[in-house]
Design a protein around this ligand. Structure first.
Ligand code: HEM
Length: 457
């Protein structure tokens, strides 16, 4: 076996942190992965070394669940401070993972999705109303997508109304969350000595966690006082027993799960929608196809229903391709149960996290023709059937893959369709894509002009 090469440019003490400070972590990982034909490399964050993989054949091995399982890396370990052993941040051998997974799966069935649909459409209606009032002006896309996705998961999952469209400011929960996720990222990209002196940032982090917990505790208390009979996420957590052990979730864990779903349930979906709008504006022919589809499937003021979603296949391909170029949760990490060799020569040590860096994987020239091109025809059924295996992993892998992926796709498809039905979108400022990173990624400072469409336009 041979050891994995360290990327060029590491300095004493700080390793690659100076490069990361310049380009952002995702930017740096993309640069290095472009220079790494083997699709495997190491970066040094101060004294800590992290291993990244972008080659689809190596990823295929890592996705073999008999040899590897999810192993939360340093970023997620920081998030555990507020998400604990909630579904996303749990180690696989923590009993609460299996328990919560089994209890909550029914909340993501087709039948359950049908139940959420009307609530999602109502939130989309609110965004249509807001953009109608602003017709002819520019909107900050990521913020409105964040309002939309946060309100949807909160109402569908917990019966909680943020009513984000009624206010100009983002909800203070979102501000606290944005800072907390930013701080989680900073903790891994600062030197230990810098971390030691970041007392102000740490105090803010504690305050932000307290604020998020207060909101969550309020949501739970409210449901206990005003029980409902639906089977949404919160009711399942409060009342359902794990079919395997017969046990229920404890109060601490319920708090972690509610927070986990509020975060995981909106942040990445809003990023995906924002990237989708940015790519539609750069690709007028695709935008025209999307308008044609929307006008065909949802003509006039047809009320969207669940059956329409399956017919929005252009919208779906736009979202899948946006998620290929910019998977909004850009990495996940795995570790072997025992020492393992991958690719016939790279030694992977037992329990040591290995990061699958998906923006790199999704641009692997082994798997994708013209990988930098936004091309929704990659997702036509024939092309998709012939796809290189394990080269597309925006939702992670195996039993730890995203539990909310259908929710995300249903929500994003109907939101995209309803906005395109109502608005002509344009890009008067010729936006140049820049990435804003917290732990997830989204387009930074992207303003888009919206104008109410005229009949027959
Ligand atoms: C897990 C991506 C939307 C809830 C994951 C993972 C990824 C991911 C990559 C695996 C993480 C890992 O292995 O460490 C995304 C993307 C989304 C999205 C790109 C939108 C485009 C959602 C939504 C929900 C959700 C809408 C909830 C309604 C979760 C949860 C987990 C998870 C709870 C942890 C599952 C487990 O380990 O049991 N997601 N997600 N996600 N996602 Fe999503």
């Amino acid at each position: 076996t041979v050891s994995v090469p360290l990327a060029a440019g590491a300095l004493p003490v700080i390793g690659h942190l100076h490069q990361i400070a310049r380009t952002g972590l995702v930017g740096q990982l993309l640069e290095v992965s472009r220079r790494s034909p083997e699709g495997i490399f190491k970066l040094r964050f101060g004294s800590r070394v992290s291993l990244f993989v972008t080659d689809p054949d190596l990823v295929a091995e890592l996705c073999d669940e008999t040899r590897f399982r999810k192993m939360p890396g340093p970023g997620l370990r920081v998030v555990r401070k507020f998400a604990g052993d909630g579904l996303f941040t749990a180690f696989g051998d923590e009993p609460n993972w299996g328990k919560a997974h089994r209890i909550l799966l029914p909340a993501f069935s087709q039948r359950a999705m049908r139940g959420y649909f009307e609530m999602i459409v109502e939130v989309c209606d609110q965004l249509v109303a807001k953009w109608s009032r602003k017709s002819g002006t520019d909107v900050l896309v990521a913020d409105d997508m964040t309002r939309l996705t946060l309100d949807s998961i909160a109402i569908a999952g917990f019966g909680h109304r943020f009513d984000s469209f009624e206010r100009e400011e983002l909800d203070s929960f979102l501000q606290a969350l944005g800072r907390a996720l930013g701080e989680a990222l900073s903790t891994i990209t600062r030197l230990p000595v810098q971390n030691r002196f970041a007392t102000k940032a740490k105090a803010q982090y504690e305050a932000d966690i307290a604020e998020m917990n207060a909101l969550v505790d309020g949501i739970i208390a409210d449901r206990r006082v005003n029980p409902t009979d639906g089977r949404d996420l919160l009711n399942l957590m409060l009342t359902a027993a794990d079919p395997e052990t017969g046990e229920r979730l404890d109060d601490v864990n319920i708090r972690y799960q509610v927070l986990t779903f509020l975060i995981a349930g909106h942040e990445t979906t809003s990023g995906m929608l924002t990237f989708a709008f940015a790519y539609l504006l750069r690709n007028p022919a695709v935008l025209a196809q999307a308008y044609a589809e929307v006008d065909r499937v949802l003509p006039g003021d047809t009320r969207p229903d669940f059956a329409h979603v399956a017919r929005l296949e252009v919208c779906e391909r736009v979202l899948k391709e946006a998620l290929r170029l910019w998977p909004t949760a850009p990495a996940f990490s795995l570790a072997p149960f025992e020492d393992e060799v991958i690719g016939g020569r790279w030694l992977m040590k037992k329990d040591r996290p290995i990061n699958v860096f998906t923006p790199g994987l999704h641009r692997s020239s082994k798997a994708w023709d013209d990988p930098e091109e936004f091309d929704i025809d990659r997702w036509l059924p024939d092309a998709e059937a012939a796809r290189y295996p394990h080269a597309y992993k925006p939702f992670g892998n195996g039993e730890r893959a995203c539990i909310g992926r259908q929710f995300a796709m249903v929500e994003a498809k109907i939101a995209l369709a309803m906005m395109l039905r109502a608005f002509a979108i344009s890009d008067p400022h010729a936006y140049r894509l820049r990435i804003k990173e917290t732990l997830s990624i989204k387009p930074d400072e992207f303003y888009m002009r919206v104008r109410l469409r005229q009949p027959h336009e």
